[in-house]
Design a protein around this ligand. Structure first.
Ligand code: ZN
Length: 256
């Protein structure tokens, strides 16, 4: 992939021993981003995968920080479209062989706002090496690590769609294999996926939720629903739309 000019590697003491390497910003800011990313990585491994001492990433996660939408778009190979973060993961057999995150680094915050969300996708990839997680589960979990304002925006998108009668049915949401092409549908998808993941996690916990997702793949949805949530049919998931738990269900995020 062709990187935009100015993305020279930033050297730093921890860069060679940690799991993260940061490019595209000053050494001082890179060190702060690296430290924040290490914390999110540990939290995500612990909270989502029940792994309090994850193995070191030999293929360190490269985080590329971009100052402009054009630089971001050039790096990820998409037209500028308001996206704040992107993740690229490659596998070799049953192991992750490369990890890369591109984030917008503009604005007043030292830590890019999309960093935590994208890191969750990277952490989840370590678990879902045989097959990627379903889109709704992958995004729903990553959204739990976004800032509160962003999460509330996603919830508003979902509630608006619900009022307009254009939200997804549970079977449709769970069956989606790719992101909806239409931007408006995409926003509904994000908001509704987050709502469903929060509802399921509130019933048990995040580690159970991951086992549930594993078992959907292994044994089918009906068996997995019964086993982990004692639900007899996918129709029960519709309760999620009426009883969406609050944003901080997982206590993941105390940022604004
Ligand atoms: Zn995402």
């Amino acid at each position: 992939m062709l990187l935009p000019l100015g993305l020279a590697a930033v050297a730093g003491a921890d860069e060679f021993t940690g799991n993260i390497v940061v490019h595209g910003t000053s050494p001082a800011r890179a060190a702060q981003i690296r430290a924040a990313a290490e914390q999110v990585r540990s939290a995500a491994f612990g909270l989502l995968l029940g792994n309090e001492s994850p193995r070191r990433w030999i293929a360190r996660c490269a985080i590329h920080v971009h100052a402009t939408p054009d630089a971001f778009a050039a790096a990820v190979g998409l037209p500028p479209a308001g996206s704040r973060g992107a993740t690229a993961i490659n596998f070799s057999g049953n192991a992750v062989s490369s990890r890369r995150i591109d984030v917008m680094g503009d604005g007043p915050d030292v830590i890019p706002d999309a960093l935590s969300h994208e890191l969750v996708h990277v952490v989840l990839a370590d678990h879902f090496v045989h097959a990627p997680p379903p889109r709704w589960a992958d995004e729903g979990l990553a959204l739990l690590f976004d800032g509160t304002a962003k999460q509330l925006g996603h919830e508003d998108d979902f509630r608006l769609a619900q009022r307009q009668g254009c939200s997804f049915t549970s079977p449709d949401l769970l069956a989606l294999e790719d992101y909806p092409a239409d931007t408006r549908r995409q926003r509904v998808f994000y908001g509704q996926s987050a709502a469903l993941v929060r509802w399921l996690i509130a019933r048990r916990d995040a580690v159970t939720f991951i086992r549930f997702v594993d078992d959907i793949d292994a044994d089918g949805l009906a068996t997995a629903l019964k086993r982990h949530y004692d639900l007899d049919s996918i129709a029960f998931l519709d309760s999620a739309w009426k009883e969406v738990p609050p944003i901080h269900t997982l206590s993941l995020n105390n940022r604004k």
